[in-house]
Design a protein around this ligand. Structure first.
Ligand SMILES: *Cc1c(COP(=O)(O)O)cnc(C)c1O
Length: 478
């Protein structure tokens, strides 16, 4: 197809005609030796589609005034397109960004025990909803509720697909057509698509914002209570920090207020940590245990943030509201699958056995000593022919946890040579590393590409070094 606007850019209609004629037919192209081999890797129909699409693409390019490709060039393009169609596009990435919970890179990597449990659960059948003692139907929640209660002191617990669905389920089941009071400073957006006002609207509950952006007092909540009020909602501002003149009401105080007025207290913890982050030199992050102790009716948090497990939404709370959530029709729509349920149970066992720091990858990364990070950065640097240095920097927890709180780290810094320094070389090198398999992701600051060993498992060191050597050779030393 020739686009009308393309005529303007043509050298001449005649050149274009000649260009079209030089393109081989689909059949001719398919008879190429390399494409015949490609058929055995994929399928005849996939290679046929790739061939047709590639020829169409070049026809358009010729119509735009580009010269026709060689047959070898066409075959290369068909192979690339067949791979793009037939190969998995979700591939492993080595995260050298220093952001421990990187939502775009899949949040928490999992412990060996968690992975083993997930494999076991997916390979065969299991007693997901089957009581082996009685031979009767059971609940998938039974596999996880008691360990969650034991760890946190909660009366009851429920696990769903993710935290967003947990909050939606909670608000829908308990506050639909009623009012929910939240501090104005907590009507927040977490990432692109989770906004408290939107989730509230979707649940059918009416959001009543009280206080101001920076200060909310107990009396603000109290004055907003009406006969239509169902709950008070506390939302942990996971991904930003208000500093200076600020005031929020403590959870304990909200709990007393809720009880006095016969209201529910709901707590969206976001990350929902079980360990004391201050012990690791990080800022304070509210824990699930504290929410339970403060007497919240329901606390919601993610499985794949600071818990370090698979994607899940954990809901802790009192027996009665948890029972209401379980019975609500939406619970079925947001239920957790058997594989992640098994993984979550295995991750929680690490906490029960007091081995979270030793076994859960994100806690290993958080607790990794500066000496060890520096040793690894120097080991990487020593392999790069003097093109890299080791500099001071900071790792962050990320994933909507601990905003503004960082861990001191050591970074490998690769800079373009001083003479004729071009920022483009660093950009091209970063791109090459992204296209490497496994992809290696760093961050660019100024004229340097920075890589943080903290978020890279030791067993990947050799892969990282090989990828870096190649990228440096192609883009900086050539
Ligand atoms: C991250 C977060 C969510 C969303 O959790 P998901 O597990 O990503 O669905 C909701 N609320 C808060 C406060 C969060 O930090």
């Amino acid at each position: 197809m020739i686009l009308p606007e393309a005529y303007a850019t043509l050298k001449s209609p005649k050149a274009m005609e000649t260009g079209f004629r030089q393109l081989p037919s689909v059949d001719k192209l398919l008879s190429d030796e390399r494409l015949r081999m490609l058929e055995s890797d994929y399928s005849r129909s996939l290679v046929l589609s790739a061939t047709r699409e590639t020829l169409e693409e070049f026809r358009e390019a010729i119509a735009q005034g580009n010269p026709p490709p060689t047959v070898a060039g066409l075959v290369d393009a068909v192979i690339e397109r067949a791979k793009a169609i037939g190969d998995a596009s979700l591939v492993p990435v080595i995260n050298a960004t220093g952001v421990i919970l990187h939502t775009n890179l899949g949040r928490a990597p999992l412990s060996d025990e968690t992975l083993a449990a997930m494999e076991l659960a997916s390979r065969g059948y299991n007693n997901l909803e089957y009581d082996l003692a009685t031979g009767k139907r059971g609940s998938r929640q039974d596999h996880i509720e008691s360990v969650l209660c034991r760890l946190t002191g909660a009366e009851a617990a429920l696990v769903v697909n993710n935290n967003a669905s947990g909050v939606l389920l909670g608000l829908t089941a308990l506050a639909r057509r009623r009012e929910v009071i939240t501090s104005r400073g907590q009507a927040v957006e977490i990432g692109g698509s989770f906004r408290i006002p939107d989730v509230m609207r979707q649940s059918g509950a009416k959001l009543v914002e009280v206080g101001t952006t920076n200060c909310t007092y107990s009396r603000d909540y109290e004055q907003a209570i009406t006969p239509r009020t169902a709950a008070l909602l506390r939302v942990h501002s996971s991904n930003f920090k208000i500093v200076g003149f600020t005031q929020e009401v403590a959870l304990e105080e909200l709990s007393i207020l809720a009880r006095e007025h016969g209201l529910l207290l709901l707590d969206d913890l976001g990350s929902g940590c079980l360990l004391d982050t201050a012990k690791y030199g990080l800022a304070y992050e509210p824990t699930a245990q504290e929410s339970v102790a403060a007497g919240v009716d329901l606390a919601f948090f993610s499985g794949d943030k600071l818990l370090g497990g698979p994607q899940a939404g954990l809901i802790l709370g009192k027996k009665d509201p948890i029972a209401k959530l379980r019975k609500h029709p939406l619970a079925r729509a947001v239920r957790i699958d058997k594989v992640r349920l098994a993984g979550l149970a295995a991750t929680l066992l690490h906490y029960l056995k007091d081995e979270a720091e030793a076994k859960i990858p994100i806690w290993q990364m958080i607790s990794l000593s500066l000496i060890e990070v520096e040793r690894r950065a120097r080991a990487w640097s020593s392999q790069l022919d003097g093109m890299a240095t080791v500099v001071q920097g900071e790792s962050v927890v990320g994933g909507g946890s601990l905003p503004g709180s960082t861990l001191p780290t050591r970074l490998l810094a690769i800079k373009a040579p001083e003479k004729g320094r071009d920022r483009g070389a660093v950009q091209r090198m970063a791109r090459e590393l992204r296209l490497h398999r496994p992809a290696v992701i760093g961050r660019i600051e100024g004229h340097a590409l920075l890589l943080d060993p903290r978020t890279v498992p030791c067993e990947d060191d050799l892969v990282v070094i090989a990828a870096l050597r190649q990228a440096v050779r192609v883009h900086l030393l050539s």
